[in-house]
Design a protein around this ligand. Structure first.
Ligand code: ADP
Length: 552
């Protein structure tokens, strides 16, 4: 017996993002990329053009003498130039930092300084934003406007501003992608910062490639060469959930919506380009469904859609499936998990269940994707049973889960190697995960927990409700009681008693909200999620909370 381990005798190619675009060019170079541009028109070209121009981007970065691992930021919609930056920046060993343009300008400046961004590439529609923040961005040395040479404004007041087309076209496309450690940083994304300053997650080439394989698996997003994919999820929202990389790997056609995310524009693009698969957050799909319903339309090519980022209301899953024949894959993930964690595709045995039981499963956030492991734990840190009822703090681990936040000083607080997600969930015997709440949103009433997501989902199933947010309000006797804040659909009548009656028989009596507060709109965060902290500050809601407190 010897203790020496026999190593495998296979080629040690590092898993680098550049290999995706090399593959795309060689094996499906004629696959199309369609983009609605900020300029308003539709742009079409092919994977081989993405490959050629991303090599030019790499050379343009070399020409700026930008060191390895330098951060190159973007403020851009989904489009072909952004895609070229995905491959050109990371492939050449720099780090792509996609900034969410919907953040507050001060937060954008804070993020750019914190990341130490050296280059900022932005769509011209964000020029006013860049003009507002560039004085505060201390590390950015180069500004590149994602536009043609002639479209470059001469009076932008941004020093050294150059057009992307000029920047790229000046370079030859003769470039050899460098080879380096697959654990090198490739891109970074900040969490939306709903709780304090945003935190930076820095992905590696290895984590991105493994995640791309995972994203393409049949029980995941099932991304293939036969797909025409519309990522409505922005490329600044956790790398559009990995779709650009997975599409390069599989050879799918990509259709980018640019800045137009309203129901009508998204629907037209889907029909015109024969989109088979789309991905986005529930608020965007609600706009699409409203348009399709209002105009009496159908989807002629769309087969499936991944919905995640926040809980997908069951009424939405049902509408897509039953009225339009589109499969909804409900998914859970976070910036810290690259983001795919679980996706709700059914096991064979679940397909034997009656329709109604299947629908109950589809409402859950789904089964874990290989590459991630999960568990739920109680207050004492002990693992809780998978019975579909017991809920606890969700912990995850795997090669595409964060180890530490950038710059490596903000501890991600791993517990024995597991990342505590801050979500509360149940897991059933078949491994289907259901998120009941964000731990900070959980409502504790009389020693029992009430899931704010359940309360919202029921309200959203009422035809007159457009959006609903459930919050806990302090209560003298019960600690906290649920209150539902509701936006009514235009021109539809609904009063408090009718909505409260609607809850009857659907949940236990003590879980029914104490009050309904009607508002004009619910504040949404930068990625389209309801901002419960802001909901609490709305005058109507704050007044109710103050009244409730005065009764104590
Ligand atoms: P942030 O945490 O900054 O809002 P993320 O996009 O990383 O940004 O959000 C991750 C969180 O979003 C998860 O921890 C979870 O609370 C919520 N989330 C994501 N997908 C779902 C889903 N399908 N159902 C319920 N909550 C979800």
């Amino acid at each position: 017996m010897t203790d020496e381990i026999q190593m495998g005798l296979m080629q040690p190619h590092p898993l680098l993002i550049s290999s995706l675009i090399v593959h795309a060019e060689r094996h499906h170079g004629d696959g199309q990329i369609v983009s609605r541009r900020v300029e308003g028109d539709l742009h079409r070209y092919h994977w081989r053009d993405v490959a050629r121009r991303s090599r030019q981007v790499a050379r343009a970065l070399d020409a700026m003498a930008l060191p390895l691992s330098a951060r190159v930021a973007t403020l851009a919609w989904n489009g072909y130039r952004h895609l070229e930056l995905y491959f050109g920046v990371s492939g050449s060993g720099r780090v792509l930092h996609t900034i969410n343009p919907r953040l507050h300008p001060d937060q954008i400046a804070w993020i750019a300084n914190h990341a130490g961004d050296q280059v900022l590439c932005f769509d011209l529609s964000f020029l006013p934003l860049v003009q507002a923040v560039h004085g505060k961005c201390q590390t950015i040395r180069h500004y590149v406007a994602l536009c043609d040479r002639d479209a470059l404004p001469s009076d932008s007041a941004i020093p050294g501003l150059i057009s992307y087309e000029q920047w790229v076209e000046e370079q030859s496309d003769d470039y050899h992608w460098p080879q380096f450690d697959e654990n090198a940083a490739s891109s970074m994304c900040y969490t939306s910062g709903t709780t304090g300053n945003p935190k930076a997650v820095m992905y590696s080439h290895r984590s991105t490639l493994l995640h791309a394989y995972g994203a393409a698996l049949p029980d995941s997003m099932a991304i293939s060469a036969r797909d025409v994919i519309l990522p409505v999820v922005p490329m600044f929202h956790v790398n559009a959930w990995g779709i650009p990389y997975a599409a390069a790997l599989a050879g799918s056609t990509l259709v980018f919506p640019g800045p137009l995310l309203d129901g009508k524009s998204v629907y037209q693009l889907m029909e015109q380009e024969g989109v088979t698969f789309a991905a986005g957050v529930p608020t965007v799909w609600q706009m699409l469904l409203d348009h399709v319903k209002g105009e009496g339309l159908q989807f002629s090519t769309l087969k499936r859609t991944v919905i995640g980022g926040s809980a997908c209301p069951p009424a939405m899953i049902q509408a897509f499936q039953e009225q339009y024949g589109v499969e909804v894959i409900h998914a859970w993930g976070m910036t810290e998990t690259s983001p795919l964690g679980t996706l709700c595709t059914l096991k064979n045995k679940s397909l034997m269940l009656p329709e109604e039981e299947q629908m109950k499963l589809r409402r859950k956030q789904g089964r874990v994707l290989y590459g991630i492991d999960f568990k739920i734990v109680g207050d004492d840190g002990g693992e809780l049973p998978w019975d579909g009822k017991t809920f606890g703090d969700l912990h995850v681990k795997g090669p595409w889960v964060v180890r530490d936040y950038f710059p490596g000083t903000d501890n991600a607080a791993l517990v024995d190697g597991w990342f505590p997600t801050g979500d509360v969930a149940t897991i059933d015997a078949d491994g289907y995960l259901q998120i009941t709440d964000r731990s900070k949103d959980v409502i504790k009433s009389g020693g029992e927990w009430i899931s704010s997501i359940d309360i919202e989902n029921i309200a959203m199933a009422h035809p007159a409700v457009q959006l609903a947010a459930c919050i806990g309000v302090s209560h003298r006797k019960w600690d906290e009681r649920p209150v539902i804040v509701v936006v009514r659909r235009e021109q539809m009548a609904l009063d408090r008693d009718e909505l409260l009656q609607f809850y009857e028989g659907k949940i236990a009596k003590w879980q029914i909200p104490d009050e309904v507060i009607f508002v004009e709109a619910i504040p949404l965060g930068a990625t389209g999620k309801m901002l419960k902290s802001k909901v609490r500050q709305m005058p109507e809601v704050a007044a109710y909370c103050a009244l409730a407190a005065s009764r104590q």
